[in-house]
Ligand binder design. Structure first.
Ligand SMILES: [Zn+2]
Length: 416
């Protein structure tokens, strides 16, 4: 029997080698960001300067892309493109994803979610956009990423009719719908409407039994908000027939958002939902408050609507009370001064917190005192959650060139 014991011991030691290897390949400043390993969860906020894009590598290796923004054009108000404008944002994103999924023999996105139908989240189509050689759609943002990388399941807030709150007929959505039809017919991509309240729409697909304490809970879309009880929801936006035309919900108010939980670690992402209605507009245009009631405290939150003037209301900040705020920037108003002061307020919640931004506009650094003292204001932001979800680090990667090198490491932080 003894030899069996040693055989087992040898097997255990063999299994430990990759773990020890992973520990040795810790994130070090100046070095290339080490590959994802099983059990770890990586949340990448990709910096293109042209819109929102997050790549999530879940604990079993399941992959999820949230948005693939691609503003087209230039403006003094916008930050410069990252790394530069020699490639389109969709191309930079694709290359970034390939690098971060290099551990996969066949790089694929198991899921992609569009939070809402704005160009800084899905890509803009112009006369000069490249066309798909075979698909009949133009390549920008999500359609450009999806042309290069297989997407297993595409989720959005509008499928199948794209009629809420008004028929969505602009060129971006038309182009996206051609993409969705062709990809589902020719490449087997599945398309679904993102359903609030559900925790079984985005699942671990590769080794689900290994991580029973992992969950993605769909929280909001089209103003329908999870109540926090079971999978029940309620419609926060009044019936359209009861709303005067000038008060109708805008696209941002319809954004999709979810809460991800892994062990004690929680993360929220909610597209561009607003929380501070413009003066004179109805109170229901605050979507953040019911969302915060359902979500509760988290470790890390992506800031809603890029920290713009109508976002991160006091209740939302006090309720989510994250240790880490991530801000995706493409405009000089990301964030605005009042939003920034709310995030810093120890009256809204006690304790330390850090704000990391992808690529701050120089003008905004001059206008808002303190922005230049944030721990990082340029770079890809990676939240690397340790196996089990009890702790995490924030790792900043160089976005000035395609080096994938670590520029700073923050933490570890304990999950609560
Ligand atoms: Zn946006």
């Amino acid at each position: 029997m003894k030899h069996r014991y040693f055989f087992r011991l040898g097997f255990v030691l063999l299994c430990l080698i990759p773990l020890v290897g992973a520990a040795l390949r810790a994130q070090a400043v100046g070095e290339v960001f080490p590959s994802w390993t099983p059990g770890t969860m990586d949340i990448h906020q990709i910096s293109t300067g042209r819109g929102n894009c997050s790549l999530l590598i879940l604990p079993d290796g399941t992959t999820l892309l949230v948005d693939a923004g691609a503003q087209v054009g230039t403006s003094e108000r916008w930050v410069t493109a990252r790394p530069d404008d020699t490639r389109s944002p969709g191309d930079w994103i694709t290359r970034y994803v390939r690098q971060m999924l290099r551990h996969d023999s066949a790089v694929r996105l198991d899921y992609a979610l569009l939070t809402h139908f704005h160009s800084d989240h899905m890509g803009a189509v112009s006369q000069s956009s490249k066309a798909s050689p075979s698909g009949g759609y133009k390549l920008s943002g999500i359609t450009e990423v999806g042309e290069e990388l297989p997407i297993g399941r595409m989720l959005d807030r509008g499928w199948p009719d794209y009629q809420y709150p008004v028929p969505l007929e602009d060129t971006m959505v038309q182009n996206y719908r051609i993409f969705v039809r062709w990809q589902s017919q020719q490449r087997g991509m599945r398309v679904e409407r993102f359903l609030p309240g559900r925790k079984d729409q985005i699942l671990l697909l590769r080794s689900p039994g290994s991580y029973p304490d992992f969950e993605i809970r769909n929280v909001v879309a089209n103003g329908e908000v999870w109540t926090g009880v079971g999978s029940s929801t309620r419609q926060h936006i009044p019936p359209l027939a009861d709303i005067p035309r000038e008060d109708r919900p805008g696209e941002n108010m319809c954004s999709a958002g979810f809460r991800l939980s892994y062990g004690r670690f929680d993360y929220f992402t909610g597209g561009d939902i607003p929380g501070v209605p413009s003066e004179g507009f109805p109170a229901w245009q605050d979507i953040e408050t019911p969302v915060a009631q359902a979500v509760g405290p988290v470790e890390v939150s992506l800031m809603n609507h890029h920290g713009y003037i109508d976002s991160q209301n006091a209740f939302f900040v006090a309720t989510l009370r994250p240790r880490i705020w991530i801000l995706n920037v493409w405009d000089s108003a990301h964030p605005t001064a009042r939003v920034y002061s709310r995030l810093q307020s120890s009256r809204l919640y006690p304790g330390p917190r850090e704000i990391f931004t992808t690529h701050m506009h120089e003008a905004n650094i001059k206008v808002i005192a303190g922005l230049d003292r944030l721990p990082s204001i340029h770079g890809h932001i990676v939240i690397r959650v340790a196996p089990g979800g009890n702790s995490y680090r924030v790792i900043i990667l160089d976005d000035a060139k395609e080096s994938y090198r670590v520029t700073s490491v923050h933490g570890p932080y304990e999950a609560r």
